[in-house]
Design a protein around this ligand. Structure first.
Ligand code: GDP
Ligand code: GDP
Ligand code: MG
Length: 499
C-alpha cells in the first residue's frame, strides 16, 4: 500500500531526506574525529604499554587480543547487513531499513547506505579513538620513562658529586693527618737532637777551624810533595797542642813513608796522618773499652782534677747517664774545701734523683768519701761516684789528700775505687798533659774525661795526652747538657776531626 502511495514527489522528498541524513552522518563523523583528537586518556596500564613497546614479539598477540573487542560491534552490524537483506534476518537495522522499503528503491537504498556509512563511521571513529588513546598512553608512558631517566641521571649526578666530595674530604683529612704526622716527627727529631746534644763534629768546630784547617790547607789540593811541604807540616804539628812527643812521632811516620816512596802526594800524607792519629787514640789497640760499670758492687769511681776542670759537672752528667741505664747511683760530696762544691753536687743529685752523702764544710774529704762508699755498700748501690777537691795540683798537700781519700775508699770497699777518673780541661792545652802526668803518678789514673772541647781550638791535646800517658779517654765534653758528655770513640773522633 505504501509503495502505491509513493509519488514522484515523495521519491524526491525521500532522496532529499536521505541526503540530509547522509549530511548529518558526515557532520557526526567530523565531530567524532574532533573528539578523538581531544580524547582523554583511557586507563591502560603501563605494564600493557611496556609489553607493547618493548616486547616486539608479543605485540601482534596483544593486538590480536585487543582487536576482537573493537571490531565486534562493527563487523556484525556491517557484515550481517548484507546477508540480512537477502535472508531477511530479523536484526533491528535490517528491519528498520527493509520494512519501510521491501522493494528496493533509491530512497531506501540511500537511507541504508547512509546508515551503513554512519555505522562504519562510528566504528572508524571508535577505532581511531582507541588508536589515539593508545598513542596518547604510549606518549605518556614515554614521557614518564623519559622523566624517570632524567631523574635517575640527576640522582646519579648527585651521587657522583657526593662521592667526589667524600673523596676530596678524605684526601684533605689524609693530608692533614700526614702534616700532623710530619710535624710530630719533626718535633721528635728536634727533641732527639736536643737530647743527643751537639754532634762531635760541632763540638770540635774550633779545633777543626784551627790546626785541622791548617793541615787541610797544607795537604789538600794537588800540591807537589816536597821538602817545603814537610817543613810546613812540622810547623803545623808542633803548634797544634798535641805535644812535642806526639808531633815528632807523627812527623817521623810521614818522613819515613816519603823516604820509602810510599807517599807520593800531599793527599796521601793526610791519609797517613789520619791513620796514625787513629792508632794513637785507640791506644795502639791496647784498650778501647768504653766507660761501663764493672762487675763489682758498688762500682766506685773517684773523680779527680784541678779546680774548674769540670769534675762536679761531669759527675752530674755521668750520674744522669748511669741512672738512665737503670743503675742505682750514689754521690759522695768529697770536695769539702769549697762550700759551693757540695751545693753544686746536691743540685745535680736532686736533678737526677740520686742520694748524696755530704759532710760538713771543711770536713775531711776522706771521711766523706768513706761514708759514701759505706752507704753504697749498705744500700746495695750499683755505682758510687766520689767528687774531690781540686786545689792546684802543684801543691803537694792536694796530692797527699787525694792519695788518702783513695786509701780510705779502699777501706770501705775492698778493691775500690775501681776507676780513678781524671777530668781535664782541654782549653788548658799542653798544660793538661802536664797535669795528667802528675795526677797519674800520684793516683794511678785509669781513665780520662776531656771537657770543654767545644770551647777550644786545642782539641789536638786529646791526641797528645793519649799518646804520652797511654791512658784511655772515656769521655769528651762538648757542652753543658747531659747529652754533651759523649763516650769517647777513637774512630768517631778521628772522623769528626778530618771530615
Ligand atoms: P770542678 O771545679 O772541676 O768541679 O768544675 P765544675 O764542674 O764546677 O765546672 C767548671 C765549669 O766548667 C762549669 O761552669 C761547667 O759548666 C763548665 N764545664 C764543664 N764541662 C764543660 C764542657 O764540656 N763544656 C763547656 N762549655 N763547659 C763545661
Ligand atoms: P791515713 O791518713 O792513711 O792514715 O788514713 P786514716 O786511716 O787515718 O784515715 C784518714 C781519714 O779517713 C780519717 O781522719 C777519717 O776521717 C777517715 N776514715 C778512715 N777510716 C774511717 C772509718 O772507718 N770511718 C770513718 N767514718 N772515717 C774513716
Ligand atoms: Mg767541683
Amino acid at each position: 500500500m505504501i509503495p502505491l502511495a509513493l509519488t514522484a514527489n515523495d521519491a524526491v522528498l525521500a532522496v532529499i531526506v536521505a541526503a540530509f541524513a547522509a549530511l548529518l552522518v558526515a557532520a557526526g563523523l567530523r565531530v567524532l574525529r574532533k573528539k578523538k583528537d581531544e580524547a582523554p586518556e583511557a586507563p591502560v596500564t603501563d605494564a600493557e604499554i611496556e609489553r607493547e613497546l618493548e616486547g616486539k614479539t608479543e605485540a601482534p598477540k596483544a593486538k590480536g587480543k585487543a582487536k576482537p573487542t573493537s571490531p565486534q560491534p562493527t563487523t556484525p552490524s556491517v557484515g550481517p547487513a548484507e546477508p540480512g537483506q537477502s535472508r531477511g534476518a530479523p536484526t533491528p537495522t535490517s528491519t528498520a531499513t527493509s520494512v519501510p522499503a521491501p522493494v528496493p528503491d533509491a530512497a531506501a537504498e540511500a537511507a541504508r547506505r547512509a546508515e551503513e556509512a554512519r555505522v562504519a563511521a562510528e566504528a572508524a571513529a571508535r577505532k581511531a579513538k582507541e588508536e589515539a588513546d593508545e598513542e596518547a598512553k604510549k606518549a605518556a608512558y614515554r614521557a614518564k620513562k623519559e622523566a624517570d631517566r632524567l631523574e635517575k641521571e640527576q640522582k646519579q649526578r648527585e651521587r657522583e658529586a657526593a662521592e667526589q666530595r667524600a673523596r676530596e674530604e678524605a684526601a684533605r683529612a689524609a693530608a692533614e693527618a700526614e702534616a700532623a704526622r710530619q710535624a710530630e716527627l719533626e718535633a721528635q727529631r728536634k727533641k732527639a737532637a736536643a737530647e743527643a746534644g751537639k754532634t762531635l763534629a760541632a763540638g770540635l768546630e774550633k779545633t777543626r777551624g784551627g790546626f785541622m784547617s791548617r793541615l787541610n790547607a797544607l795537604l789538600g789540593g794537588s800540591k807537589q810533595l816536597d821538602e817545603s811541604v814537610l817543613a810546613d807540616l812540622e810547623e803545623v804539628l808542633f803548634t797544634a797542642d798535641i805535644g812535642v812527643k806526639t808531633a815528632t812521632r807523627l812527623l817521623e811516620t810521614v818522613r819515613e813513608k816519603v823516604r820509602a816512596k810510599a807517599l807520593s802526594d800531599p793527599d796521601k800524607v793526610k791519609a797517613a796522618l789520619r791513620a796514625e792519629i787513629a792508632r794513637i787514640l785507640a791506644l795502639d789497640g791496647v784498650e778501647v773499652r768504653p766507660f761501663q760499670p764493672g762487675a763489682e758492687r758498688p762500682w766506685v769511681v773517684m773523680v779527680v782534677g784541678v779546680n774548674g776542670s769540670g769534675k762536679t759537672t761531669t759527675i752530674g752528667k755521668l750520674a744522669a747517664k748511669l741512672k738512665g741505664q737503670g743503675h742505682q747511683v750514689l754521690l759522695g760530696a768529697g770536695d769539702t774545701f769549697r762550700a759551693a762544691a757540695g751545693e753544686q753536687l746536691e743540685i745535680w743529685a736532686e736533678r737526677v734523683q740520686a742520694p748524696v752523702v755530704r759532710g760538713k764544710d771543711g770536713a775531711d774529704p776522706a771521711s766523706v768519701c768513706f761514708e759514701a762508699v759505706q752507704q753504697g755498700v749498705a744500700t746495695k748501690a750499683d755505682v758510687v761516684i766520689c767528687d774531690t777537691a781540686g786545689r792546684l795540683h802543684t801543691k803537694a798537700p792536694l796530692m797527699e789528700e787525694l792519695k788518702k781519700v783513695k786509701r780510705v775508699i779502699a777501706k770501705a770497699a775492698p778493691g775500690a775505687p775501681h776507676e780513678v777518673l781524671l777530668v781535664l780541661d782541654s782549653t788548658s792545652g799542653q798544660n793538661a798533659i802536664q797535669q795528667a802526668r802528675q795526677f797519674h803518678e800520684a793516683l794511678q789514673v785509669t781513665g780520662l774525661a776531656l771537657t770543654k772541647l767545644d770551647g777550644t781550638a786545642k782539641g789536638g791535646v786529646v791526641i797528645g795526652i793519649t799518646d804520652e800517658l797511654k791512658l784511655p779517654v772515656r769521655w769528651v765534653g762538648v757542652g753543658e747538657t747531659v747529652a754533651d758528655l759523649r763516650p769517647f770513640q777513637p774512630a768517631e773522633f778521628v772522623e769528626a776531626l778530618f771530615e
